[in-house]
Design a protein around this ligand. Structure first.
Ligand code: SF4
Length: 359
């Protein structure tokens, strides 16, 4: 089985904290871009069965439902789709979009990842988001009415001025929405972004201990609402774990199409050039090799430790096994029934714990 990823690098407005590859929306360019996706699919759709399709960005919900439908029709024509593929589209909440959501569902999208980020208008404003809390709620409710039973919301943690009470209010709203999944990310200050140059906002970022507290508050509250953590940043109701994202953590293959899209496919890892004009005009997307032999033992372990199910103890080197008691005593991991997995406290500082264990 393999996954298909389509990168849609267009946004209505650049968010001040974002360093993803995206450019301003331009109708004509987007139309050429969709044509190029279909051309690439016809040239080298995966030969294996495709069981997940993911439209990421950027802002895929800037594409019309007809354009999404054209791409999905091309998938059906050129790839071998499994009986019930998971087909996700990242959706930015905006105003009233009932017809669009209806048309997306009709086109075949069966999962939405909604960029809600927060249900505090003050927080959304600080993050430079153009939508407001009511837009996020309306999007979820309308999507549900239009037949989407698999809905994920994004949540941004460790934001400026995000007190325990502010986060609690957002979590309370989130927990009452008819959603199946939450992706919760700590705000990162990326070099070169407007956020990194705003001393006012930077001075109100929480310190590391407070960030850990917000993360653990999120884990606890989401569990109360029935969302089980299955990965560092991912929480799902039973049976609604993201099948596509799980491929990234279990080293399963996926083919990315679109300027800047990553792939782990055919035994190598590569990235399409971040060049929209080249992507639109070349017969096949120009790519750069990143890793000729990805997913070695160490990388598999690092990725597997991001997941709640963890790794078998005997998959670790003897040197790593010797470090287990100390990390377990610190409350960062559990080693039981022959398996090692990080605790919420360990996930909160997962990079450091994994480095301590495997480094
Ligand atoms: S909408 Fe998403 S991809 Fe676009 S600028 Fe904002 S955070 Fe980045």
């Amino acid at each position: 089985m393999t996954g298909l990823y389509f990168h849609i690098p267009f946004c209505a407005k650049k968010c001040p904290y974002c360093d993803f590859f995206s450019v301003s929306y331009h109708k004509e360019t987007v139309s050429q871009y969709v044509g190029a996706i279909i051309r690439n699919l016809s040239a080298y759709a995966p030969e294996e069965m495709v069981d997940t399709i993911y439209f990421g960005g950027g802002t895929p919900s800037l594409l019309s439902a007809a354009q999404i439908g054209e791409i999905l029709n091309a998938c059906a024509k050129y790839a071998h789709l499994s009986d019930s593929p998971e087909i996700t589209l990242e959706f930015n909440p905006t105003g009233e979009r009932t017809q669009y959501l209806h048309d997306l569902r009709t086109a075949g999208i069966n999962r939405l990842s909604i960029g809600t980020q927060s249900f505090s208008d003050a927080q959304l404003s600080l993050l430079g988001r153009t939508h407001r809390a009511a837009d996020g709620i309306r999007t979820v409710m309308t999507a549900k009415e239009q037949g989407f039973d698999n809905l994920s919301c994004d949540l941004m943690l460790a934001c400026p001025h995000q007190s325990e009470a502010v986060l609690a209010e957002t979590l309370d709203i989130l927990g009452k929405l008819p959603i199946t999944h939450v992706s919760a990310y700590l705000l990162q200050v990326e070099e070169g972004t407007p956020l990194s140059g705003s001393s006012e906002l930077l001075s109100h970022l929480p310190d590391d201990d407070t960030s850990v507290d917000r993360y653990l508050q999120t884990v606890r509250t989401l569990a109360e609402f029935g969302f089980q953590q299955y990965e560092v940043s991912s929480f799902a109701k039973a049976g609604f774990e993201s099948r596509h994202n799980t491929k990234y953590w279990t080293c399963e293959p996926y083919l990315g199409i679109g300027a800047g899209a990553h792939s782990c496919y055919g035994g190598t890892r590569f990235q399409a050039k971040r060049d929209i004009a080249a992507f639109c005009t070349a017969p096949i997307q120009p790519t750069e090799l990143i890793d000729p032999s990805p997913c070695g033992t160490e990388e598999r372990l690092m990725l597997a430790l991001r997941m709640k199910r963890g790794v078998p103890v005997d998959a670790l080197t003897l040197q790593a096994q010797k470090k287990l008691p100390l990390l377990e005593k610190g409350g960062y991991l559990r080693a039981e029934n022959g398996c090692v997995s990080l605790t919420p406290e360990g996930f909160a500082v997962s990079n450091a714990v994994i480095a301590a264990l495997l480094g």
